[in-house]
Design a protein. Structure first.
Ligand code: FMN
Ligand code: SF4
Ligand code: FES
Length: 583
């Protein structure tokens, strides 16, 4: 790639580890020792990194490694039954031929259930098809993933349409009106779309004001929370807006380098973005002298070695630097001390694509796109028990009823709505009675939830909400990086407690004590966990206690699951398999 920078000090270790894994299928000890000597890196450091990320295997994998996504959307779409069916089909197989394990969200929540076989993702899959593909992998045949739909979908968010792209960046290189950009983003009240909703103009201004001549722009395309699929859609359909947003961030803040951090399950989007970046270098929009000016900006793609925690901004920085993705204590924030200790802007994919929209069409246009006083357009992923799961572009402020019933086709199979998560496990669950809540930062916060990453997960009236709370807590427990005790131990304690509740037969005094302990644990985790993961673990069960308390009481005190999900032979078998989810 012409002009691309290669100062990826930390990334080198991942490149080396990937090369070894590609050659041997895993990371043999002798190879790690060789790498340690070659790079003068202590072996324990290499091992600590290699053992952290799910992408790397320290022991030889079986011929067919089947991983079944166990998270919300897949759980609602038969993942447990799928796994049980696969276990039956391979009951007599040798462990070096096939192994079946659960895995966290694969980013295909709109095509659940999803599985991966030897890292190839298969969607809308059933046990018979999965068996057929796994058996061909055991024979040594190549697995062919169906190639996703190539036709781009036109989006309202694209200010260019048939016109030449990158108009805003072209003008900005001429005008150098950096203050004007910040003023417009401020007037538009653009907030971060990665979950926390932090004002983008403040973040960019902070980095711009730092005296250090070296600064970075990072795009967070890690998108690993169950139900979250909107960035995948944006990167597929609006790659030019994302790259333009990053270029503008670089120009305004004075950063010369950008890194697009993408989850490794998004190969297709990685290709699209790689192609877009190459086109930009070719047409002079990236490189040392953008469009012949004295302004330079380079972008490279960094493929995540895996794990939900990598999406937390400081963990993501640690990953780029070649370390374990363990979040840093904050402050200092990345805007002051970020990547390689330099001031760094980190924004979500959707945040970046909002920037050229606002600058091309104006603040008034942006404000007018929302409904009910909200601003802008919003991409949401809808999955779970809906007739038409998918990603939809809607005005910010749209009532949830409209999103679920009009865009996503309503609850499927003629069933009733019971609950929905406005944004994956982090947002907790709201009951059907709150279906008119608007898709908006403030409205959802007032409803006791959050806009988060726009990952709407829908549950029909046959769903057990205690089971869903347990599913969410298990996700966090599995994905906790383990750096701090409240999250590492607390998430396990909470998962154990909820698992016990789903099995019933808890005496009332013990239940009361459990509830008190749960509150204490929730508070301790929210107040003392280092990062947002540990802080949010209590949200799903607290929301279920608030809105579906009678259902929990029935499980615990009467050993009854009103939805008929728990206390069945199948659910007991599923529980037995769960031991050792996380090796
Ligand atoms: C556990 C965890 C995972 C996260 N994952 C993502 C992610 O995948 N994508 C993202 O943009 N933000 C994610 N975030 C939020 C980021 O830390 C950060 O706030 C965000 O990238 C900032 O961008 P924004 O201001 O544009 O929202 C995550 C936060 C936590 C605590
Ligand atoms: S809260 Fe959890 S994920 Fe975050 S640093 Fe602590 S252990 Fe790691
Ligand atoms: S792919 Fe299974 S929950 Fe996302």
């Amino acid at each position: 790639m012409p002009g691309a920078f290669r100062a990826r000090r930390g990334a080198v270790i991942f490149d080396d580890l990937r090369a070894i894994q590609l050659r041997y299928g895993f990371l043999p000890k002798a190879e790690l020792e060789g790498l340690s000597q070659r790079t003068q890196t202590p072996l324990y450091q290499i091992h600590s990194v290699a053992s952290f990320y799910p992408h790397f295997d320290l022991v030889p994998p079986p011929k067919a490694e089947i991983r079944v996504c166990a998270d919300m959307s897949c759980h609602l779409n038969g993942a447990c039954e799928l796994r049980a069916g696969l276990e039956r089909r391979f009951v007599n197989s040798r462990p070096d031929d096939v192994q079946i394990r659960d895995v966290s969200c694969l980013g295909r929540c709109d095509h659940a259930p999803a599985i991966s076989i030897n890292d190839h993702i298969l969607t809308d899959v059933n046990a018979a098809r999965a068996e057929q593909i796994a058996r061909s992998a055991i024979r040594g045949d190549d697995i062919r993933e169906p190639h996703p739909e190539q036709t781009r979908i036109a989006c309202k968010a694209d200010p260019y349409g048939e016109n030449e792209n990158y108009g805003v960046a072209r003008k900005l290189v001429q005008s150098k009106a950096w203050d004007d950009v910040l003023a417009k983003l401020k007037a538009a009240e653009l907030k971060g779309m990665g979950g926390a909703g932090f004002p983008t103009s403040l973040k960019w201004d902070l980095v711009r004001k730092q005296a250090d001549p070296v600064k970075y722009i990072v795009c967070n395309a890690d998108e690993s929370e169950p139900g979250t699929i909107k960035d995948r859609f944006i990167m597929t359909n609006l790659p030019h807006l994302l790259i333009e947003g990053m270029i503008i961030a670089g120009l305004v803040t004075g950063a010369k380098r950008g890194i697009l951090y993408i989850r490794h399950e998004y190969h297709f989007q990685e290709e699209i973005l790689g192609e877009e970046i190459r086109r930009c270098y070719h047409s002079g929009l990236l490189g040392k002298n953008i469009l012949g000016s004295d302004l330079g900006f380079d972008i490279e793609v960094f493929v995540s070695p895996g794990g939900y925690i990598c999406g937390e901004e400081s963990a993501l920085i640690e990953a780029i630097e070649g370390h374990r993705a363990e979040p840093r204590n904050k402050p200092p924030f990345p805007g002051q001390i970020g990547l390689w200790q330099k001031p760094t802007v980190i924004n979500n994919v959707e945040t970046f694509i909002n920037v050229p929209q606002i600058l091309a069409r104006g603040v008034d246009w942006f404000a007018a796109q929302g409904s009910g006083g909200s601003r802008g357009l919003k991409f949401v992923g809808v999955s779970g028990h809906v007739a038409r799961p998918g990603i939809f572009e809607v005005p910010m402020g749209t009532p949830m009823r409209d999103v679920i019933f009009n865009h996503a086709g309503g609850v499927r199979s003629g069933r009733q709505l019971k609950a929905f998560a406005p944004s994956g496990p982090s947002s907790g669950y709201l009951p059907a009675s709150m279906i008119d809540v608007r898709l908006d930062f403030k409205a959802l916060a007032e409803a006791g939830s959050m806009l988060g990453s726009g990952a709407i997960v829908v549950c029909d009236d046959g769903t057990c909400m205690l089971d869903m709370a347990l599913n969410a807590v298990r996700f966090y427990r599995n994905e906790s990086c383990g750096k701090c005790v409240p999250c590492r131990v607390g998430s396990q304690k909470m998962a154990d407690m909820l698992a016990r509740w789903t099995q019933g037969g808890v005496p009332e005094p013990q239940y009361r004590a459990d509830l008190a302990l749960l509150d204490e644990l929730s508070q301790a985790m929210s107040l003392t966990s280092i990062c947002g993961l540990g802080q949010i673990v209590p949200a799903p069960i607290q929301s279920v206690l608030k809105h579906f308390r009678a259902e929990i009481d029935a499980h615990v005190l009467k050993s009854q699951c009103p939805s008929g999900i728990c206390f069945t032979a199948a659910s007991r078998a599923g529980e037995a398999q769960r031991v050792g989810i996380r090796p």
